[in-house]
Design a protein. Structure first.
Length: 321
């Protein structure tokens, strides 16, 4: 009898505390997710959310095996074809890839289920994306980024004003927190698998605002898209939503959440560089600034935030050419 050995190769990770390995065994691949820090979220909750999506006919990685005591799970391998990679390769098919991504988003947003059993046999209830959670995330900008560029003398007053403006924007969100939100629904977390689109990196899912994942997809800091493409994707979402959504309210929440999210991203990437010595993400900060400028330029609701940002972070600081 011929013995078949498995091969395990470390593969590229992400900004989390997880490590990923591809296991090759008998012509069948799987992914091993290893996590010691934030273990519950990165293993137990991740597998539970994937299962919830699968139960709702959304393609997400199946759980093959878990060894929680030894800090890993083994899940389905969707290969390497992220939508991000496909967009980079494609010259003419960009809008179609985005349309398929929006099709998937619409299906995800149809999910009504908010409870699932984890692999320990206990119910996991998907939390609500409350405004205080959004505020805590956006505060990463003032907690980590501002001290890099604002003098100690001004730092406290600048941070107070920034946080005041964030609270003001959050108070102006109109839509209810009643939609399944992936929370990182962008082209690096969408994959082509067996001619369909699948989603990964689902462990942060919450029940929140319908506009959040749309903003994640369209104003994605990892992939630069022009205004025309952004508008086409947004209008395609509107077309699929038909008369089920108030266009004025959607745009209001979309722009606010895009700005809040990109401020959070600037804070996270600064923290990754300062605290965790992961400096590769710093190169994405200038585009996050560009997205903030783009969404704040023609909407008076952002006047207060725009003033404090413009007064304290000139273009040279933002590294925008």
């Amino acid at each position: 009898m011929k013995l078949i050995k498995s091969t395990i190769i470390k593969i590229k990770g992400d900004a989390s505390f997880r490590s990923f390995y591809r296991k090759k065994y008998n012509k069948k691949n799987s992914i091993i997710v290893y996590a010691v820090k934030e273990k519950e979220k990165n293993l137990l909750i991740y597998a539970a959310i994937n299962n919830l999506l699968i139960e709702n006919k959304i393609l997400a990685p199946k759980l093959y095996k878990e060894n929680y005591k030894k800090n890993f799970i083994e899940i389905e391998d969707f290969g390497d074809d992220t939508v991000f990679k496909l967009l980079k390769k494609s010259r003419s098919n960009k809008i179609n890839l985005y349309k398929k991504s929006v099709d998937l988003l619409i299906e995800v947003q149809k999910i009504k289920q908010n409870t699932i059993k984890n692999f320990k046999g206990k119910n996991y209830k998907v939390p609500i994306y409350e405004n205080n959670e959004l505020f805590k995330e956006a505060k990463l900008f003032s907690n980590w980024y501002t001290k890099k560029y604002v003098s100690k003398k001004k730092l406290l007053s600048v941070n107070i004003e920034i946080n005041k403006q964030i609270k003001f924007l959050l108070s102006n969100l109109k839509m209810k927190n009643e939609t399944f939100v992936h929370r990182d629904f962008h082209v690096s977390n969408l994959m082509r698998h067996k001619k369909k689109l699948a989603t990964i990196d689902t462990q942060d899912a919450l029940i929140g605002n319908k506009a959040y994942d749309l903003a994640s997809l369209i104003d994605d800091v990892r992939y630069k898209s022009n205004k025309k493409l952004k508008n086409n994707i947004y209008n395609y979402y509107l077309k699929l939503s038909k008369n089920k959504i108030n266009k004025v309210i959607l745009l209001n929440d979309f722009e606010i959440l895009s700005v809040i999210r990109n401020m959070k991203i600037i804070g996270i990437f600064t923290r990754l560089a300062s605290r965790d010595k992961k400096k590769t993400y710093l190169k994405l900060i200038p585009y996050a600034w560009k997205l903030i400028e783009f969404r704040t330029q023609n909407n008076k609701i952002f006047d207060g935030l725009k003033k404090v940002l413009d007064d304290n972070f000139p273009k040279k600081t933002r590294n925008i050419k």
